[in-house]
Design a binder for this molecule. Structure first.
Ligand code: C5P
Length: 195
């Protein structure tokens, strides 16, 4: 069976957690596409060459989850040649047999416009900054500023900006526990699975 779940949304909205949980619940493969851009940003040098030559080992670096890596990722992600170099890998992953969940910013709009399920996961900037701050520590107001700056860059870039697909289902996790958010997402997926 081929079945693609696209999970898009801004930083720290819960996409990754929801995407992983959906993959586990339905037995699908999961791809965190942000990791691709983080790995390109972390490689340094020419980002287009880094994207074209990305290897599985590049995705295993231990420093890819930091705020700095997220910031570098959103800068290289604004380059159309970088995005173009990563399209085929993501599309192949999405159509693998057995089902796939991809989380990112442009999965439902650009990478998989025909995905069977499209979720757009959001939460207030304050809620998202608090979650990120609980992971990273540091100054909470600084984390909020960085989250907002990254959102602005992702939403305002010309190529594949962050926005919900017209047919995406919105899931606001501001006041939801992780379990409640996963449950709601799973119900939306279950309603679309072939019987
Ligand atoms: O999801 P994550 O925070 O790891 O993504 C890091 C950055 O990579 C985002 O801020 C965004 O600029 C970029 N990205 C993207 N398209 C995706 C996934 C991530 O532009 N599909």
């Amino acid at each position: 069976m081929r079945f693609t779940i696209a999970v898009d949304g801004p930083a720290a909205a819960g996409k990754g957690t929801i995407g992983r949980a959906l993959a586990e619940r339905f037995g699908f493969a999961h791809l965190d596409t942000g990791l691709l851009y983080r790995a390109v940003g972390a490689k340094g040098g020419d980002p287009v060459a880094a994207a074209r030559g990305l290897t599985p080992e590049d995705l295993c670096r231990s420093d890819l989850r930091s705020l700095a890596a997220g910031d570098a990722a959103s800068r290289v992600a604004a380059l159309p040649e970088v995005r173009a170099a990563l399209v085929a890998f993501q599309r192949d992953f999405a159509r693998r047999a057995g089902g796939a969940v991809l989380d990112g910013r442009d999965i439902g709009t650009v990478i998989c416009p025909d995905a069977e399920v499209k979720l757009f996961v959001t939460a207030s900037p304050e809620a998202r900054a608090r979650r990120r701050w609980l992971e990273t520590g540091g100054d909470e107001s600084q984390v909020l500023a960085e989250v907002c700056a990254r959102d602005a860059r992702d939403m305002n870039r010309a190529d594949a900006p962050l926005k919900p697909a017209d047919d995406a289902q919105l899931l606001d996790t501001t006041d939801l526990s992780i379990d409640a958010a996963i449950d709601r997402a799973a119900k939306l997926v279950a309603a679309r699975l072939p019987r």
